[in-house]
Design a protein around this ligand. Structure first.
Ligand code: ATP
Length: 247
């Protein structure tokens, strides 16, 4: 990528009617990076991912993909251009087989590209290969998360947006999904990871941003963010110490 940002958000303003969820947010993701976006419930994290994916229209600012403004482009165009969202709650199609869920992720691509995508996905996720004929609804939470990631990879994305992938998973599975996430960043791909659990995010990410009520409050390498007083105070506020919440 020779220094070009894969994804650049600049002064992004977005929301829902009169509710402004993002007040001029700027951030970047470069190839090879896992970048985390942390913040409390309602901070605007999902809105930011949806705005990059094209599900929410910004009212101000820009979304640049490899330097090109894609703010006005529809979702399928962005998918083809390399933006993939793994939504919160996985959203796999429970009655459909693992295989058919994956095929949906490759929709619109050439037959050869789909075959290659399937081979790659089954290579990466042997448990999905074993369960390819099973309805997705019969998979464990961790396997469904892998399927949601696998489905996103079927479009050969370069910007992978992950919304709370560890939510509701047992710690052992969080670690397994974490290894997969760090493996997604590569020579031509970067990951933007939304996490409410800052500890999980910091284990996986190279850099991060703290979002609070639609504003980026602080940003930097995770090693620095971890000790940032603003991060600590945001999370202390979100999770009062045991015994203190009722006083
Ligand atoms: P969570 O971890 O709960 O998903 P978040 O940081 O992802 O939180 P968002 O879901 O982006 O936050 O929400 C940001 C703000 O936008 C909140 O005030 C929320 O109530 C509001 N909001 C989100 N979705 C909608 C919607 N569909 N219609 C109206 N307001 C919404």
């Amino acid at each position: 990528m020779s220094g070009t940002d894969l994804l650049e958000l600049s002064g992004l303003v977005a929301g829902y009617g009169r509710i402004v969820a993002l007040h001029g947010v700027s951030l970047t993701v470069r190839a090879g990076e896992v970048v985390c976006l942390i913040g409390r419930n309602g901070a605007g994290k999902s809105t930011l991912l949806k705005t990059v994916a094209g599900l929410v229209r910004p009212t101000g600012g820009r979304v640049l993909l490899r330097g090109q403004d894609i703010s006005g482009r529809p979702v399928p165009w962005r998918t083809r251009a390399g933006v993939a969202l793994v939504p919160e709650g996985r959203r796999v199609f429970a009655p459909m087989s693992v295989h058919d869920n994956l095929l949906l992720g490759g929709y619109g691509r050439a037959r050869k590209a789909i075959a290659a995508g399937l081979a790659d996905t089954y290579d990466r996720f042997p448990r999905l290969a074993e369960r390819r004929g099973q309805p997705a609804g019969t998979l464990s939470g961790g396997e469904q998360q892998m399927l949601a990631i696998g489905r996103a990879l079927m479009s050969a994305p370069s910007v992978i947006l992950l919304d709370e992938p560890s939510l509701g998973l047992a710690p052992r599975i969080v670690a397994e999904v974490g290894d997969i996430i760090t493996g997604l960043a590569g020579a031509e791909a970067g990951v933007l990871l939304v996490e409410q659990d800052a500890a999980v995010a910091f284990r996986l990410a190279d850099r991060g941003y703290l979002l609070d009520r639609g504003h980026i409050i602080t940003a930097g390498p995770t090693a620095t963010l971890r000790d940032d007083a603003r991060v600590r105070s945001a999370y202390l506020g979100a999770h009062p110490a045991p015994g203190k919440q009722h006083h």
